[in-house]
Design a protein around this ligand. Structure first.
Ligand SMILES: O=P(O)(O)OC[C@H]1O[C@H](O)[C@H](O)[C@@H](O)[C@@H]1O
Length: 301
């Protein structure tokens, strides 16, 4: 990777620099008048987002992450696409699709103002042979770093046949103590309980986490709020084109089986993932496109 060339093409003085990250992987470091952020070209993954007034990162990133090709980075906001979860066709292709396991291409950077920087990445169908997902596509990820972190993932169908996708922004949020966190906005929603044979259940009251949780909430149209009384903040998730939300925390037993997570890390994060899953399968017609968007903002608690 030629960092000098990348910086001469895309660097922005006093705002954006492309640096070698762990494992030598290229990472985009943003530091502007509102926030700092780190974005990995591997996976097209935001790894860190910290508004200047925040003492702690909004995102959780595992200290035991592998920064190795073929493995996903554990933490930040992995992009699950063109499927969420196990390979829908049972062909042993990777969990959560293949774009979190490959390098993306940096196409544009811009200083919108002193306090907002945008980064555009793209992923093309050059991996289709390898991944046996033989659909002609172009995938674009637009990231805006300002007081609010905004993500827009646009799927373009460049072929002649329609195709279907499921997708999520698999966001890992840093929290002070998982046992004291509340997730608002899912009250009375139905969910599939992935830890109980996928049985459909109904959420009674506010979501709290006191054990392993792995749920796909459906018809979840409200903005979601993660209330964190320990870090004294509320993380707001606004995702206009989605009706599903995944809530995941592996708790102790499952964390112990994961080599890229420390045993007690589960206490310090919650995944609340906006996307299009389950009934919310997206069909993309030839020549057309669909955008998944998520905006993450903070308010004091
Ligand atoms: O280990 P990964 O492939 O990154 O998946 C981590 C988790 O992602 C989602 O939240 C799923 O609902 C979980 O079932 C899965 O365990």
């Amino acid at each position: 990777m030629d960092f000098q060339q990348l910086n001469s093409d895309f660097g922005i003085p006093r705002q954006l620099e492309i640096i070698p990250g762990p494992g030598g992987m290229p990472m985009i470091k943003v530091d502007n008048g509102s926030a700092r952020a780190l974005i990995s070209l591997y996976g097209g993954q935001v790894l860190s987002f910290q508004p200047l007034e925040q003492a702690e990162d909004v995102l959780f990133l595992s200290g035991q992450s592998a920064y190795t090709e073929g493995k996903a980075i554990r933490g930040g906001i992995p992009v699950c696409w063109p499927w969420f979860g196990p390979d829908p066709k049972g062909l042993q292709r990777p969990n959560h699709g293949f774009v979190r396991n490959h390098f993306w291409q940096l196409t544009k950077t811009e200083a919108v103002s002193d306090s907002e920087t945008t980064v555009s990445l793209r992923f093309t169908d050059r991996f289709k042979q390898e991944n046996t997902w033989r659909k002609p596509f172009l995938l674009m990820l637009d990231i805006s770093i300002g007081p609010i972190l905004r993500l827009k993932l646009t799927t373009c169908n460049t072929g002649n046949e329609p195709f279907s996708i499921t997708q999520v922004f698999h966001s890992y949020f840093r929290v002070g103590d998982i046992k004291r966190v509340q997730v608002l906005g899912l009250e009375d929603c139905d969910y599939f309980d992935k830890l109980d044979q996928g049985i459909q259940k109904t959420q009674k009251g506010i979501v709290t986490v006191a054990r392993e949780v792995d749920r796909v909430y459906v018809e979840a149209y409200k903005n979601l709020v993660i209330v964190d009384p320990v870090l004294k903040r509320r993380i707001h998730i606004n995702s206009p084109n989605t009706s599903t939300a995944v809530v995941w925390n592996p708790w102790l037993k499952t964390s112990k089986k994961m080599s890229d997570l420390a045993d007690t890390d589960y206490q310090r994060f919650i995944c609340v993932e906006a996307g299009n899953v389950a009934f919310d399968l997206i069909q993309v017609q030839p020549g057309s496109q669909f955008s998944l968007q998520a905006n993450y903002s903070l308010l004091p608690d």
